[in-house]
Design a protein around this ligand. Structure first.
Ligand SMILES: Cc1cc2nc3c(=O)[nH]c(=O)nc-3n(C[C@H](O)[C@H](O)[C@H](O)COP(=O)(O)O)c2cc1C
Length: 245
């Protein structure tokens, strides 16, 4: 059995207030208005992650300064906290349009943003910025295990799907043996963070052995378009592409 199921959020929150980063973003749940106020009093800009319009309105009511609108294409975990995770099916562009329409604050678009043309498209649809994950997983500086990076670079088409088998929360990754063998009991595994803690030692051992079949290969639907290069170079390429007319 794991020594603990997860970190103590209350303790992490107090540490955040002490450290006073310029920005703190939250996912998997929402803060209370009182918690947002404490962050604001410490001078911290607060971002909430949403997958539906209802969640956007809830974060607006709690006092968030900006939102990440995370489409179903996104790599890694979904941020859903109202309703069933499986019901939050909006893709990034329709979600962006709906959230921009519903709230009065900057909206950051996430999900399947891989190129400067993608960034330009999101900005044109009302996004204040974009959040990219998968595109950076293949950069030279990425700390993911080598076998994970190899799978990302070998990806063709869309080899990803959503699963709750690995962590107990719906997350998108490249399908591997772990996901396939757990598919039949996926609905029954314990909720996050319990399942996440229970599979942690399997994933750690798989990383040690260099076995991608028992790792979590988190990646978004755009993974086949990820380009391996140093991060600084990727930033230069993205900026050049944004400026192309
Ligand atoms: C391996 C991985 C880990 C991530 N970890 C976090 C995280 O800790 N917190 C968070 O808010 N988002 C996290 N994300 C989501 C990204 O911030 C981003 O929203 C998402 O990757 C966007 O979709 P894309 O992968 O299609 O670019 C993670 C994504 C990936 C792929």
């Amino acid at each position: 059995m794991p020594a603990k199921w997860c970190e103590d959020f209350a303790a992490q929150f107090e540490l955040l207030l002490e450290l006073k980063p310029a920005v703190a973003s939250f996912t998997f749940d929402i803060l209370s208005a009182a918690q947002v106020k404490r962050l604001h009093d410490a001078g911290i800009f607060v971002i909430g992650t949403v997958t539906t319009v209802d969640e956007a309105l809830a974060w607006q009511a709690a006092g968030a300064d900006a939102l990440v609108a995370s489409g179903v294409e996104s790599g890694g975990h979904r941020g859903t906290f109202i309703g069933a995770q499986s019901a939050a099916t909006l893709e990034a562009i329709p979600l962006l349009a709906a959230v921009v329409d519903a709230v009065r604050m900057p909206v950051i678009s996430a999900g399947n943003v891989m190129t400067g043309a993608d960034i330009r498209e999101r900005l044109a649809l009302g996004a204040a910025a974009v959040q990219m994950g998968t595109a950076f997983l293949v950069t030279d500086e990425s700390g993911v295990p080598a076998v994970y990076k190899e799978r990302l670079l070998a990806a063709q088409g869309n080899p990803t799907r959503l699963t709750r088998a690995i962590s107990g929360r719906l997350a998108r990754g490249i399908e591997n043996r772990f996901m396939q063998q757990m598919a039949a009991v996926e609905a029954e595994v314990p909720a996050y963070p319990v399942q996440n803690a229970l599979t942690g030692s399997i994933r750690a051992e798989a990383a040690k052995r260099g076995d991608p079949e028992l790792l979590s290969l988190w990646a978004g639907t755009g993974v086949a378009r990820a380009r391996a290069m140093p991060t600084a170079k990727l930033m230069e390429v993205l900026i050049a592409e944004i400026n192309q007319t």
